[in-house]
Design a protein around this ligand. Structure first.
Ligand SMILES: NC(=O)c1ccc[n+]([C@@H]2O[C@H](COP(=O)([O-])OP(=O)(O)OC[C@H]3O[C@@H](n4cnc5c(N)ncnc54)[C@H](O)[C@@H]3O)[C@@H](O)[C@H]2O)c1
Length: 319
């Protein structure tokens, strides 16, 4: 049976990788809704079964256009990304991540969508030292982005309980890889690689002993697709991560070695909102529910991302 799949934010770093993977199956009809505020339509492989709509999850008109045909599954990745962006533009953050998510959920329920995947973030956990488990109920929300990502989760729970929506909440940990253009509001790995390629100074905020859980985009996307297929996943909150803790200093060392860069490393004070000294995911639940285990080791993922960046027009990056 042909399946129509909506991917919001499908021109973004992760959404486009997801769209390109799902469109390999000719039985899937992919509809991408993206306003291109941080996405790039060139990220998408425009196969015959892919339709791109430039529009917004906040717009009733655009949502009506999407729902001219039946949609079986929704992957909701559109977002105002991420922490610093939300600190600079908190109203836009609420508008997109809050109201946009609510509008999409209403539409999904009205049109009897069979599966709804909501992409949340590890930032809802805030600063905790132990491996972060989904059973944790104490949130520490350091930025408007963390607040609205959790708000989105709460709306999803409401729609699951009140309307019987078959939804899954995925908490992505730091995702990296091809299709992510470095830039002012982008992630640390892409930005460090960008600087390393240009032999420019790499700025580490904090001591560099801070840790994160970096997960390659292909692994993240594989888990996301599994979440849309497994019945057991419905109603669950799942960490999607590598389960491996890496310090920022070790990350920089790998990057300098892989790129053979002459970049100097300088340290700056942490950003005021950044209180997280240690972050690593507990991954047992994702394995139990999805059978998901990450496959790409950090060094291999970094090499792949580096190869992609080298052949990409980096003038598009916004700083
Ligand atoms: N990248 C990460 O490390 C990470 C970590 C945790 C969670 N996430 C979540 O995963 C999702 C995808 O992240 P990403 O890294 O691909 O970010 P991204 O910025 O590359 O992708 C987001 C996409 O949403 C689009 N968009 C923004 N506002 C929109 C709107 N109003 N209507 C339609 N489209 C809109 C943007 O143009 C962009 O293409 C986001 O929801 C993000 O919060 C990402």
């Amino acid at each position: 049976m042909k399946k129509r799949i909506l991917i919001t934010g499908g021109a973004g770093a992760i959404g486009s990788t997801l769209a390109n993977q799902l469109s390999k199956n000719p039985d899937n009809r992919i509809v991408v809704l993206d306003n291109l505020s941080s996405g790039h339509v060139e990220n998408l492989k425009m196969r015959k079964n892919v339709r791109f709509i430039q529009g917004s999850v906040e717009s009733d008109e655009d949502l009506n256009l999407v729902w001219k045909d039946k949609i079986h599954a929704v992957f909701h990745l559109a977002a105002n990304f991420a922490n610093q962006n939300s600190v600079d533009f908190p109203q836009r953050d609420l508008q997109i991540n809050g109201l946009g998510t609510l509008k999409l959920l209403l539409k999904a329920v009205e049109n009897h969508v069979e599966r709804f995947i909501y992409t949340s973030s590890s930032c809802v956990y805030g600063n905790r030292r132990e491996p972060l488990a989904e059973s944790c109920r104490e949130f520490s929300l350091d930025t408007p982005y963390a607040i609205t990502k959790l708000l989105g989760e709460q709306y999803v729970h409401f729609f699951v309980e009140h309307h019987g929506l078959k939804a899954v909440i995925l908490r992505y940990f730091n995702v990296y890889g091809p299709n992510e253009y470095p830039g002012k509001y982008r992630n640390v790995i892409g930005n460090f690689l960008y600087k390393a390629i240009r032999n420019e100074e790499i700025t580490v905020t904090g001591t560099g002993e801070e840790t994160r859980d970096f997960n390659y985009v292909d692994d993240t996307v594989r888990a996301t697709i599994l979440a849309s297929q497994k019945e057991k996943a419905v109603g669950q909150v799942l960490n999607i991560a590598s389960g491996i803790e890496t310090s920022v200093n070790d990350l920089v060392e790998h990057i300098l070695e892989i790129t053979q860069s002459k970049s100097k490393v300088v340290h700056q004070r942490k950003r005021l909102w950044d209180s997280v000294t240690r972050r690593v995911a507990a991954t047992e639940r994702a394995f139990e529910v999805l059978g998901y285990r990450p496959e790409v080791l950090l060094r291999d993922g970094l090499k792949k991302y580096y190869q992609w960046l080298k052949k990409t027009d980096l003038d598009k990056c916004e700083w």
